[in-house]
Design a protein. Structure first.
Length: 448
């Protein structure tokens, strides 16, 4: 087995002979075999042991055993005691998940402190089969079906080439002592139910289960890597970054053979599940305007675009009071510049949508600014005094749901809307030939 162990390490290109490794050793069969193989191979290592305090005196006996093992091999050892049940309760997770979070967090921390290149765990081929079946039952998709990776996030699994029976045989042949964890025999955990109830059935159907899985896992992992490479290249050409938003073409997406998978490949990293992405895709041939949410992000279907951005909070209903007819006012993340002057015969108003002109004599100061609200009405410039809902104006102007949340209105002192800022002024307050005083308001520093 030592030869197979060294061959596997060479295949993975881990230079364990020159770089130190932190060995996660519980005292069970797999981890003591891993420690023995490292010792026999002459690799530099440090042993790390977690005492979760879950099995009373047995947990302390496990710790004593691992300490003696480290002494026997001449390896330094670090031991960490955890109050696992308290952590599980405070984080509302199972004891099993708590132990996992605690040990991996500590392993990584201790690895850095000890200048280790890797953390090594003793997962083997049967563990990988169990993980694959668990992932399949949970619906994790292609990435979860190959099982455990030989290396991920600084964690290596140098026993992944070996079956449980091969490890047990090596243990017995070399008369290596070990500690039994009785929880491995219980059916309280999902992994144990797969190990003791599902795997025997599959092995009865295929006596070469482990060998078949090893081949299939390698093929699936290669296929996933190939697909990911293709999809990343496609995503770079499909996704457009516009300010803080991501824009995606609906027509281009729907022209693909598998639009739901393509969209999921982009959106899953933003917290959208596959079923939710399927709902988004199914809605695309319909009317635009639908909005979908993950915990932190929003996707808007806006005509031929899907727009992704951080979920914005609705701006607070703040009123800004503008007391003077000249000067500059900061309104949230924009500025309004007021300039008052006498109308000249050659007066020629700027057609910029960010500039509005008003008959000064019709204004009642102080003016104010607030975010538009449902039910707001005004008379858009150029419509001859005909009233219109601000909400309808925003639809006609094709203002997206996201942009609507930033739209503000400038109000006269009596509460009438003077300007849907940056979009349309009110016709009732426009500058006419007999107007004497003019107020020009300019919108600047627009937050794109």
């Amino acid at each position: 087995m030592l030869d197979s162990f060294l061959t596997f390490i060479n295949q993975q290109k881990w230079d364990l002979g020159k770089q130190k490794t932190l060995l996660a050793v519980s005292g069970g069969v797999d981890s003591v075999v891993m420690a023995h193989l490292f010792y026999k191979a002459g690799f530099d290592a440090i042993i790390a042991h977690c005492n979760f305090g879950l099995r009373a005196s047995e947990s302390d006996e496990d710790e004593d055993f691992v300490r003696q093992l480290a002494l026997q091999y001449g390896y330094p050892i670090f031991v960490k005691h955890f109050d696992t049940k308290v952590y599980a309760k405070s984080n509302a997770i199972s004891t099993q998940m708590a132990a996992r979070d605690l040990r991996y967090g500590w392993f990584r921390e201790q690895s850095k402190l000890s200048s280790c290149a890797w953390v090594a765990t003793a997962h083997h081929l049967n563990d990988s089969i169990e993980t694959s079946l668990l992932n399949f039952s949970r619906g994790t998709g292609l990435a979860g079906i190959p099982g455990i990776a030989a290396e991920a996030d600084g964690i290596i699994r140098p026993l992944l080439f070996a079956t449980r029976s091969e490890i047990q045989r090596y243990l017995e042949e070399n008369e290596i002592p070990w500690r039994e964890d009785r929880s491995n025999a219980t059916l309280d955990y999902k992994r144990n139910r797969i190990r003791h109830q599902v795997i025997p059935v599959l092995r009865a159907l295929n006596p070469s289960l482990e060998h078949t899985f090893k081949t299939t896992s390698a093929r699936l992992r290669s296929a996933d890597n190939l697909l990911s490479t293709f999809m990343n290249d496609w995503m770079d050409s499909f996704v457009q970054k516009v300010g803080e938003e991501i824009h995606m073409s609906v027509s281009s997406l729907l022209s693909m053979a598998e639009p739901a998978y393509a969209l999921w490949f982009i959106l899953h990293r933003y917290g959208f599940g596959y079923q939710q992405v399927q709902s988004i895709t199914d809605s695309l041939p319909g009317t635009s305007g639908k909005v979908f949410y993950s915990s932190d992000f929003t996707v808007l279907h806006d005509r031929d675009l899907l727009i992704l951005r951080l979920t914005p909070g609705r701006p607070q209903a703040t009123n800004w009071i503008l007391e003077k007819s000249s000067g500059q006012y900061q309104i949230g993340d924009v500025q309004l510049l007021f300039c008052e002057f006498e109308r000249a015969a050659s007066f020629n108003p700027d057609r910029d949508k960010n500039v509005a002109y008003f008959d000064r004599n019709m204004l009642v100061f102080p003016l104010s600014v607030r975010h538009w609200m449902a039910g707001d009405r005004f008379c858009p410039l150029g419509m001859g005094g005909k009233g219109k809902k601000v909400s309808d104006l925003l639809i006609d102007a094709k203002v997206s749901v996201f942009a609507k949340q930033k739209v503000c209105v400038l109000l006269n002192g009596n509460g009438e809307i003077l300007w849907v800022i940056g979009i349309r002024a009110d016709d009732r307050f426009k500058v006419l030939p007999f107007t004497t005083g003019v107020l020009r308001v300019t919108l600047t520093s627009v937050d794109e």
